[in-house]
Design a protein around this ligand. Sequence first.
Ligand code: BG6
Ligand code: MG
Length: 217
Amino acid sequence: MEGKGFIFDLDGVIVDTAKYHYLAWKELANQLGINFTEEHNELLKGVSRVKSLEILLGVGDVTLSDTEKVRYMEEKNTRYLEYVAKMDESEILPGIKELLAFLKENKIPFSLGSASKNARVILEGVNLLDAFTAIVDGNDVSKAKPDPEVFLIAAEKLKLEPKNCIVIEDAAAGIEAAKRANMKSVGIGEEEMLGAADVLLDSTAKLTVALAKELLN
Ligand code: BG6
Ligand code: MG
């Protein structure tokens, strides 16, 4: 098992924050008179904050100036952080704590590789800030997924060859980023969206220690 490690996406893999992103974007959509549904919200998974706003504006065919865009993103983020502030350990998705404990016990390095600029505050809320060997988030990258930058920086921090990294992702953009980084990928979700993943699971509950051992061999 030597020389390999894991890179975890945050939103949708460690915690289910998509519902809070949705609520916060929905409030903005209402303000702008845009009919934004949970289906539309699927399009925002794994996508950067600025791209999310563009998708939302596209749904409503609304045009904003750059200054307005910045202001609305700040407003959305403030609302999102109000939801995040109420998070605790109970929001860690099934199987994750057990898997991280196994990796830690066996000294297998693992990094966060997230698009979110709020990653640290979320990890702190669910008491996982100190669990990771390294953390790479939206503040560390200049190019969003599907660009492989976030995962390549994580590999560097883990001191691992990309080909020895296993990425866990719930978004199509993340699976594509893993492929472009020459890493193995595990998709959490549906075939329709994540068919390109090397291993596909319908829930983090299937991310067992037994599977991790297989992936490491
Ligand atoms: C990703 C989420 O992890 O982070 C996206 O899946 C989100 O939905 C992106 O837009 C950026 O998050 P944040 O917290 O920086 O607005
Ligand atoms: Mg995700």
